[in-house]
Design a protein around this ligand. Structure first.
Ligand SMILES: NC(=O)c1ccc[n+]([C@@H]2O[C@H](COP(=O)([O-])OP(=O)(O)OC[C@H]3O[C@@H](n4cnc5c(N)ncnc54)[C@H](OP(=O)(O)O)[C@@H]3O)[C@@H](O)[C@H]2O)c1
Length: 293
């Protein structure tokens, strides 16, 4: 059994994936814009992820833009039979790297075709509709029109499964009336737990929950509780944060991002880390002390 296998598995659409995967966003240049500093190092991270047993990679054509998808294709195509690549649509990049909503039928259709071309596939495994009603996080607003566009592209055979990202519980419920939703990708980690209720609701319905910023994203997690637990267990803080997420619920799939093979290996080793009950209780206290979001 490889290290990653110890994370267990969960269903993503019609496939079973290991619960420890990889998020490719960090492979683009600074600000998720432009090419990476070291092209070969980026390819090495992707190849190491798959060699380590990863069969779930998260990406988007708006990372770069186009950069991470092209790297994934260069590093891994033809893809292993069991690899599930999840992409997302709903945003576009300005010439200066800024982010804009891209929810029109034309923009969404273009984005799906861009993803197909840049990943080098005939059908996308999973496409998340990334909601952009607010820059600060999930915000209410109907997703019926854009989701119907994706559902139509799915009927045409360009998309196998549909997911949602940066959404509220009400939007998930609205989405499930329009299409089969196989995963939800929102911000969540040991210090940012706005989605506790949503995770449990999705678990009851067999839907995967895929936290983005599992390690804190652009502001890495920092907590004396995390460092105390890590020290006691002889692990790193990042490993403890990932092990806590794996314990949080069986439908949680991890996609920690990194541009470094050393960090990648460190993160995968989190699958071997058993958190004792008192450590979990202590870690559950972090969010209580974190500033409100
Ligand atoms: N749906 C959405 O709106 C959305 C938004 C953001 C991200 N995402 C997805 O979620 C994935 C994960 O999020 P993320 O990559 O932004 O954030 P993250 O996984 O929380 O953290 C990534 C950051 O942590 C650092 N890091 C990773 N492993 C480390 C380790 N072992 N020790 C120390 N530092 C470490 C990385 O730097 P190094 O490169 O130096 O390791 C990077 O700066 C992304 O790759 C992307 O696929 C989705």
């Amino acid at each position: 059994m490889s290290t990653i296998d110890r994370s267990g598995t969960f269903t993503l659409g019609d496939r079973t994936v290991k619960r420890l995967g990889y998020g490719a966003m960090q492979l683009a240049g600074p600000g998720v814009f432009g090419p990476p500093k070291d092209h070969d190092a980026a390819l090495a991270v992707l190849r190491e992820a798959v060699a380590s047993g990863v069969n779930h990679i998260d990406t988007s054509d708006f990372y770069g833009p186009h950069v991470t998808n092209q790297l994934i294709r260069e590093a891994l195509h033809p893809y292993p039979e069991d690899l599930v690549i999840v992409t997302k649509v709903g945003a576009r990049r300005g010439a200066d790297g800024s982010w804009f909503p891209a929810f029109s039928s034309q923009e969404l259709t273009q984005a799906v075709h861009d993803n197909l071309r840049n990943l080098g596939v005939d059908v996308l495994d999973v496409v998340n509709l990334r909601s952009m009603f607010s820059v600060h996080g999930p915000a209410e607003g109907s997703i019926e029109a854009p989701l119907s566009v994706l559902a139509e592209l799915q009927r045409k055979g360009l998309i196998r499964h549909i997911g949602l990202s940066n959404v509220t519980l009400a939007q998930v419920e609205e989405g499930r009336r329009i299409s089969n939703i196989v995963c939800v990708q929102n911000q969540y980690n040991v210090a940012h737990r706005s989605d506790d209720r949503l995770i449990d609701e999705l678990a009851r319905n067999g839907i995967a929950y895929v936290p983005f910023f599992p390690l804190g994203g652009f502001s890495p997690l920092q907590s004396s509780i995390l460092s105390d637990v890590a020290q006691r267990l002889g692990a790193t803080q990042m490993q403890v944060a990932l092990a806590w997420l794996l314990r949080r619920a069986p439908n949680v799939l991890l996609i920690p991002g990194t541009s470094s093979v050393a960090h990648l290996r460190e993160n995968f080793a989190a699958a071997e880390l058993d958190l004792p009950k008192d450590a979990v209780v202590a870690l559950d206290g972090i969010a209580a002390h974190a500033p409100a979001h």
